[in-house]
Design a binder for this molecule. Structure first.
Ligand code: SGN
Ligand code: CA
Length: 521
């Protein structure tokens, strides 16, 4: 190449690249842990009516709420690994919690970083290996703690901070935004522990939902009939498994001579982390309420069902209170963008690693391919691209996030990525979008949920349980609560065959591994 044209090229590049850097949008990824869509008011529903989330809703008002957003594997580490890689669990190698994320593999963050983005992750990570591709990271060890949590620093050392995890994660995210390299666009993951178990609220929110009537799901007393036999073997019921001290917050030393029935397996690690004045605030709230319950219990005033209902309300009040702090965090982050003139050029996403049972089927926790834990919230504000108040209903999955973020940044995803960019959906174009999604859950028995695999379309869901060699089919239009499998009904023979073929097609497309043998978990 002639010297002159080289010079011209250099001149042009140096002229254009600072401009490009400014024009490429920032991406703010606000993420939580175990946040069910039913507790986000933008998604509607009775529960959200009594516990609105005005700041998360702002993203829906000014952007889009994706009505049919799902995970590939409803559990923490796998969901996060899928987000980073755009691949199903069997391809990124992180199939179950407790695995180690291979940090040498491709992630979209590495591409953003290599292409001039300033990148950071703060808060829950839960992938065992340290973050790679980030200019800055500060993460909770494992599940992290709610009160006075430790954060792992980039030098590998743990440091303890006084306060509440959701607030601290937000403070740290804002500090990073202030200190970042402002000549570059940014990608920031602000990832909360909340509202994960043990559903421990900020002390300022204790009692926030005492004055409201908590609506009860219709399936709180599900008897697990008409579906896979594996359901009744679960260990995630509010009735039989919600721990009295750990989850329901009645410590052993508060009970006097009252003997509560099982389960009572764990202690009170969150309470133990608090300092004297924090414990005082906690006790002033829970103490009298626990005594009132214990008195009623001792005097035999409560039927078995009433005890379950009491536990459910206690669970919900705590859970919704932890959500309240997450919503406040979203508000603070949006305010920061406004105050720093960043709102117009920043794409903001709110999501959570999977959904959660808020009493449906009698459960807490997640894992199953049933709607409540299969769904992930996904809200996105992208000024100038997403029309305010949009409600896309195409089937999206967490394999799609990586290619989406890359396209936002003007980059292309490599071939090996299994998800699809949602940018076309953001622009209101749903043509040629997928019509079904694949699900695979590989854990080996926590909460006694067996491995299972399935496919979901807009109207139906087919699930296979290898351990019992059972198939379930749900008509989501007629039976949105998924209370009866119609797999063996003659009138569903055609649907069953169509979905069965679609399931096999997806397994082939995604190069899924064989099922575990029947009889094994
Ligand atoms: C912990 C919880 C479980 C929860 C898993 C997975 N127990 O083991 O109830 O299902 O995490 O959650 S706890 O005693 O530690 O609270 S996940 O979000 O990390 O996948
Ligand atoms: Ca989770």
């Amino acid at each position: 190449m002639a010297i002159r044209s080289l010079f011209t090229m250099f001149f042009l590049v140096s002229l254009v690249s600072p401009l490009l850097a400014q024009e490429r949008p920032n991406i703010l990824f606000l993420f939580s842990d175990d946040h069910a869509v039913k507790s986000i008011s933008a998604y509607g529903g009775d529960l959200a009516k009594v516990a609105p989330t005005p700041n998360i809703d702002q993203l829906a008002r000014e952007g889009a709420v994706f009505l049919n957003s799902f995970c590939a594997n409803s559990i923490c580490g796998p969901s996060r690994a899928t987000i980073l890689t755009g691949k199903h669990s069997h391809k990124n190698g992180f199939m179950r919690n407790g695995n180690r994320f291979n940090p040498d593999q491709w992630t979209f963050v590495k591409d953003l970083h290599a292409n001039g983005y300033s990148t950071a992750v703060i808060g829950k990570w839960h992938l065992s290996s340290n973050p790679v591709g980030f200019d800055y990271w500060e993460i909770l060890p494992g599940q992290g703690s709610y009160y006075n949590p430790d954060f792992i620093q980039m030098n590998g050392k743990r440091q303890r901070f006084q306060g509440y995890a959701t607030d601290l994660t937000t403070d740290k995210a804002i500090t990073w935004l202030n200190q970042r390299d402002k000549s570059k666009p940014f990608f920031l993951m602000c990832q909360h522990k909340a509202p994960h178990r043990t559903f421990a609220p900020a002390l300022r929110h204790l009692g926030a939902f005492d004055q409201v009537d908590i609506p009860e799901p219709e399936t709180l007393f599900d008897d697990y009939s008409n579906r896979s036999t594996t359901l009744s073997k679960n260990e995630m019921e509010i009735d039989r498994h919600f721990d009295w001290a750990y989850d329901a917050k009645i410590r052993k030393d508060e009970r006097g001579d009252v003997i509560l029935p099982a389960p009572d397996r764990y202690g009170t690690p969150e309470y133990n982390r608090m300092n004297g004045s924090q414990k005082k605030t906690w006790d002033a709230y829970y103490g009298p309420r626990n005594q009132a319950f214990l008195n009623d219990f001792k005097e035999g005033k409560l039927s078995h069902k009433e005890v379950v209902r009491w536990k459910y309300r206690r669970y919900m009040r705590n859970y919704l209170s932890t959500v309240k702090a997450v919503d406040e965090s979203v508000g603070r982050m949006l305010q920061y963008l406004d105050e720093h003139d960043l709102a117009d050029n920043t794409v903001v996403i709110y999501s959570s690693d999977q959904g959660f049972y808020l009493g449906e089927h009698g459960w807490y926790d997640k894992r199953w391919m049933f709607e409540e834990s299969f769904r992930m919230p996904f809200l996105m504000r992208w000024p100038g691209v997403i029309q305010a108040g949009s409600t896309p209903d195409s089937l999206i999955q967490n394999i799609d996030y990586a290619p989406t973020f890359l396209e936002i940044a003007g980059l292309e995803a490599p071939q090996e990525v299994q998800g699809r960019s949602m940018v076309q959906l953001c622009k209101g174009d749903s043509t040629n979008w997928r019509e079904s999604i694949y699900y695979a859950y590989y854990e080996l028995g926590e909460h006694a949920v067996p491995q299972h695999f399935g496919v979901r379309t807009q109207t139906h869901k087919l699930i296979y349980f290898p351990v019992s060699d059972e198939w379930n089919l749900f008509d989501l239009v007629k039976d949105p609560g998924e209370m009866t499998s119609v797999h063996d009904a003659a009138s569903y023979a055609q649907t069953r065959d169509t979905l069965g073929r679609e399931f096999q097609r997806l397994r082939k497309q995604y190069d899924a591994p064989p099922f575990p043998e029947a009889g094994k978990k």
